[in-house]
Ligand binder design. Sequence first.
Ligand SMILES: [Zn+2]
Ligand SMILES: [Zn+2]
Length: 186
Amino acid sequence: MDEIREVALAYYANSSDDTKEVAKNFFNSMDIDGDGKISMNEFEEYVKKKWRRFKPELFAELDKDGDGFLDFEEVIVFYYMAKMRNSFCDGCCGEYLKNLYFTCVHCFQKKSSNQTYDLCLTCYQTKQFTHEHKVFLDNYAMLNFIWSDSKKKVDPNEAIKTMGEGFVVVGDVIQLVSAGQACRIL
Ligand SMILES: [Zn+2]
Ligand SMILES: [Zn+2]
């Protein structure tokens, strides 16, 4: 959580006045009784409305000074998590994704679905998930993939076909299982 906290506050420090205003409004929308701090109940109410699930541990992790309330800075961290990152592992653990995670390339590229399928390292590593697609990329690899993909101007639908079943990702290499070939995509 410490890294997420640092990243969120760095974004905030570099953001425009307009963005800071939006963050302030975000805080105010959670602060139902207007006392300038977010209680567990206010937090839970907000999260349940916006997200699929709620875990009380998240509140405890955000509450860095442990006073039982979230102050503005602690909410900024949550704001970043809610707006800029996907939230939970879709594998068996269902935990909040705090570190690097893996995203299904197929679901990511499918424009019709506005939800990605994401796995924490442990669930991906130990295959603790059930999903129809097999190609996953970690965050950094995904960035590079998008970058190289956009340079090639490949039709996303074509890219799915060429990266469909029968391929596995080994490190940063996509491997064609049947033919035993490997091609670097990054
Ligand atoms: Zn998928
Ligand atoms: Zn997981």
